[in-house]
Design a protein around this ligand. Structure first.
Ligand SMILES: Nc1ncnc2c1ncn2[C@@H]1O[C@H](COP(=O)(O)OP(=O)(O)OP(=O)(O)O)[C@@H](O)[C@H]1O
Length: 433
């Protein structure tokens, strides 16, 4: 069987009816009765349909326009969905844990309002559209409160906090001790960003902070660096406006040790850079960059001792703009892939994700169609010790250095990869299901 035959058999053998998901939608202040409402949808149900169902369910004013907003990872940045977009397709790009918590069905006899008392990090919101087409945001955040407190301090209404300079250059004494104490004090108050002149120091919080949503995009738009609390959006904004003002290229360098948050910071920067010119709406460019992420990750990321999803290559991302400041496109160049990982990995580390997607994520039918064999047949994945002896854990999943629950996650990640490949045009429509 040649490759074409194999891929046809593969796509034919995996066609199945569309799966029905229950998505929880958070109506916020639009409904006082429920924190979230479950809505059934397939991968082809459009955002417009879901909005109509909710307007009906919540008996909302039909003369007002409504839209769905998607809140994504680490910080709650929001993207407004076009009416024709399919929320389930976007949801499939979420991590598996987020998917489980957002699609849980209410138990028998359980009220919709009692499902998910705490909104998860990834979710869909129902938003009201104002008559001028802008979106009505209404939520308070602890971080804004923090800013208010700071203003009060500056005006002398509250005592000044010791060891707190939002720019390290303003520390009365500059030394390793004072810098670390200052960064730690701020970090303990969830202020993960601190300036050192025009450099931004970011400390990975390893948890959700609600400081990346559109309120913050708006808050930092057009403000001078240092005018507000340090933030990655402020740096992106300064670069964007310098580009427009000076008509010259701008460059942002992100550096840090493995697991420090470089990839995450890059995503926030791109989010802000595209949001500035797209006014918060999902754009083709944002969708393509978003779709390219899982594909690049599959082939260039691996589990290491420091980071379960470590990028083992360098990335140069170029965002191009038209003269009027709207995004024209983006180019991603990759370099310095850690090639040695293909043939040998340290203990408790893995080869590139894509191999595990194929062997642990694919169904038996798909594996048979692609002539994939048992993991033990692949020396580069079986994590033999340097001298060729099998690792102490023995067979099967341990052979591939997989832990409990990893197989489920890999199945999800494999589906996510297929969807992302389709989004960026690598996969024919027939391989979708
Ligand atoms: N600002 C943030 N808010 C919340 N969580 C974050 C933030 N930055 C990073 N993280 C968490 O830290 C993890 C590691 O971050 P990331 O993958 O960006 O590190 P990295 O520096 O790119 O690592 P590597 O060099 O190994 O690729 C992420 O999966 C995410 O969970």
């Amino acid at each position: 069987m040649n490759v074409d035959q194999a891929s046809t058999t593969w796509s034919n053998s995996i066609k199945r009816p569309l799966e029905v998901f229950t998505i929880s939608i958070y109506p916020g202040h639009l409904s006082e009765d429920a924190i979230s409402w479950p809505v059934q949808a397939t991968s082809e149900t459009k955002a417009e349909c879901i909005v109509n169902v909710l307007v009906e369910k919540l008996q909302l004013n039909r003369s007002t326009g409504y839209v769905l907003a998607e809140v994504r990872a680490s910080g709650g940045e929001e993207w407004i969905l076009d009416p024709g977009e399919c929320p389930v397709q976007r949801m499939m790009l979420w991590p598996r844990t987020a998917l489980n918590s957002s699609t849980r069905k209410p138990e028998k006899g359980e009220k919709a309002s009692s499902v998910q008392p705490d909104p998860p990090e990834y979710r869909f919101l129902l938003r009201e559209k104002c008559t001028d087409g802008s979106i009505h945001y209404k939520h308070s955040s602890a971080w804004l409160q923090e800013r208010e407190e700071r203003r009060m301090e500056e005006r002398g209404f509250l005592p000044l906090r010791a060891n707190d300079a939002d720019d390290l250059c303003n520390l009365p004494e500059l030394g390793e001790d004072t810098i670390l104490v200052n960064l730690r004090t701020r970090f303990m108050r969830c202020q993960i960003y601190t300036y050192a002149g025009s450099i931004l120091v970011a400390i990975n919080p390893f948890r959700f902070l609600p400081i990346y949503n559109p309120r913050y995009v708006q808050l930092y738009a057009g403000r001078r660096l240092g005018e507000l609390e340090p933030h990655i959006f402020a740096v992106a904004d300064a670069a964007y406006h310098s580009m427009l003002r000076e008509r010259s290229h701008q460059c942002l360098v992100i550096t840090g040790e493995s697991g420090s948050g470089k990839t995450q910071s890059t995503n926030f920067l791109i989010h802000h850079l595209t949001a500035l010119s797209q006014r918060g709406y999902t754009s083709g460019v944002e969708r393509t960059i978003l779709g390219a992420g899982p594909v690049l990750e599959a082939f260039g990321n691996a589990k290491t001792a420091y980071n379960n999803n470590s990028s083992r290559f360098g990335k140069f991302i170029q965002v191009n703009y038209w003269d009027n400041g709207t995004v024209r496109g983006a180019v991603v160049e990759k370099y310095l892939l850690e090639k040695s990982r293909l043939v040998s990995q340290e203990k408790r580390e893995r080869n590139y994700h894509v191999f595990y997607y194929l062997l642990a994520g694919m169904s038996e039918d798909e594996k048979a169609a692609l002539h994939l064999s048992h993991p033990s047949a692949y020396t580069y994945l079986t994590h033999k010790e340097r001298h060729g002896h099998p690792n102490v854990n023995g067979q099967d999943t341990a052979e591939m250095n997989l832990g409990a629950g990893d197989s489920e996650e890999l199945k999800h990640d494999y589906e996510r990869l297929k969807l992302a490949m389709e989004m960026v045009g690598f996969l024919p429509e027939t391989c979708k299901q």
